[in-house]
Write a protein of this length. Structure first.
Length: 199
């Protein structure tokens, strides 16, 4: 009775799934993935740039409406300055590290969706605020929600882009913030022009 001869060299598995020597998977499919990944990755990067632009636009939207808010809520310069700056920035800065930790554990797309939902609700709350306390609370909610946008968006870019293209994807995402500030400033100029015409 003959004994089965031990297999040497490369081992074989199911058809279409070749196993290289020492148990490592054959990487013959990598060129195809490399060709398709940049297109998908750049689409995600552009989408994240749009998300960043809208988030920053919401953040600076208050700057366009300073005078109407001061008149409606009877606020001084110090109060409106606190609403614009510390009310948002303090919460946003403190929440960044917890949001980075959350991005390592939670699905990134779900975290980004929750962040956008929170930011949108905070923007609506700013518009409906009838007191300075409500306005401060809305700005704090916005700071908390937008702290998750950066970690989630950059994580999605890293997952969908090959290493050689990730720098460009993150650059697109960063450029979205500049576009958001630019859109807000254009709105401020438009609002100032309307005020001049009315006077």
């Amino acid at each position: 009775m003959r004994r089965p001869r031990p297999m040497t060299g490369s081992t074989r598995s199911a058809p279409g799934n070749r196993i290289a020597p020492w148990g490592h998977a054959d990487n013959r499919t990598e060129p195809d993935l490399t060709r398709s990944a940049p297109r998908k990755g750049y689409g995600v990067a552009l989408l994240m740039a749009l998300v960043h632009m809208l988030a920053v636009g919401d953040r600076f939207l208050l700057s366009i409406l300073i005078e109407p808010i001061k008149t409606t809520l009877n606020l001084g310069d110090g109060a409106i300055g606190f609403v614009q700056g510390p009310a948002f920035a303090l919460v946003n800065g403190l929440a960044v590290i917890p949001m980075i930790m959350a991005a390592r554990r939670w699905p990134l797309a779900r975290l980004l969706a929750l962040a956008l939902l929170g930011s949108s609700l905070a923007t609506l709350a700013c518009g409906w605020a009838g007191s300075v306390e409500a306005l401060i609370a809305a700005r704090m909610l916005m700071g908390l929600a937008q702290a998750a946008i950066g970690p989630a968006a950059i994580g999605l870019i890293v997952l969908t882009m090959i290493p050689a293209h990730r720098g460009r994807g993150i650059a697109f995402f960063t450029a979205g913030a500049s576009l958001g500030r630019g859109v807000a400033m254009m709105g401020l100029r438009h609002e100032s022009a309307i005020c001049v015409r009315q006077t």
